[in-house]
Design a protein around this ligand. Structure first.
Ligand code: ZN
Length: 250
């Protein structure tokens, strides 16, 4: 009979696993403040990019930094959350093997990349504030599963902004059983239902190319989540783009 700690770990693992099997990367459409409108047609229009909502903070983040070199202009984590990942148990819960403070694993150097969607329908424009709201919602959901932080390392919104999420010094929590040295990239939207914007696809393409070049990850080591787990993620409308991009990267 295991001790109390083991039992608690097992309980949390089972809960986490059950939740993930049921939902994958998916969140119910309409959950959180994102999908407030039943009308969604304009969400997919790549021309429908706000120009008047530009937040000046966006201009200063990542400029001239290594991060910018690696991923293009990057919206730093501190722009959308003031909190750092909690230390201690929970960072790697997705694997059912919680890290302790002394055993936290790094995501770098990565040897593969996995692309996800969040399965939340995106409606309306692509304001900075809206992306902030969505990232906070996702992070809250992941914390609610017992993880210590948002599970992805980067996120790309409909306008093509690339957002820093979980810092790379921490292993991600985005593919059950396949997280070690696996960089997680979230593309915001539900791509079973809608199409990614041109800006999103271009940003994903650019980021994956830079990443593969810098870390010497071959294109064939870029995956859609569905190739590593039982899920539709990253959606039937995004997965072909992932295939197209990786086929061009040697
Ligand atoms: Zn996924």
């Amino acid at each position: 009979m295991g001790n109390m700690k083991d039992q608690e770990n097992r309980r949390r693992f089972l809960l986490t696993t059950a939740g993930l099997l049921a939902a994958g990367c998916q969140y119910n459409s309409g959950r959180g403040p994102i999908s407030t409108s039943a009308s969604s047609a304009q969400a997919d229009d790549p021309q429908n990019l706000d120009s008047d909502d530009f937040n000046p903070r966006e201009e200063i983040v990542g400029k001239g930094s290594k991060a910018e070199f690696l991923y293009g202009p990057l919206v730093l984590r501190q722009t959308w959350t003031k909190t750092t990942p909690r230390s201690g148990d929970g960072l790697n819960w997705f694997d059912g093997s919680p890290s302790s403070k002394s055993r936290i694993k790094s995501a770098v150097p990565p040897n593969r990349i996995t692309v996800h969607h969040d399965a939340m329908h995106w409606a309306g424009g692509h304001s900075f504030a809206k992306s902030v709201d969505r990232l906070r919602t996702i992070r809250k959901g992941h914390l609610g599963r017992g993880w210590n932080d948002i599970g992805y390392h980067f996120a790309i919104d409909g306008r093509g902004r690339i957002w820093q999420c979980r810092p790379l010094q921490f292993q991600g929590a985005h593919v059950r059983g396949e997280n070690p040295r696996n960089l997680g990239v979230l593309v915001m939207g539900n791509f079973e239902e809608q199409k990614p914007t041109r800006n999103q696809v271009n940003a994903l393409d650019d980021a994956l190319q830079r990443f593969c070049a810098y870390y010497k990850v071959p294109g064939r080591r870029i995956y859609g989540h569905r190739e590593l787990g039982q899920t539709a993620c990253p959606g039937k409308n995004l997965f072909p783009e992932v295939q197209r991009i990786r086929n061009r990267i040697s």
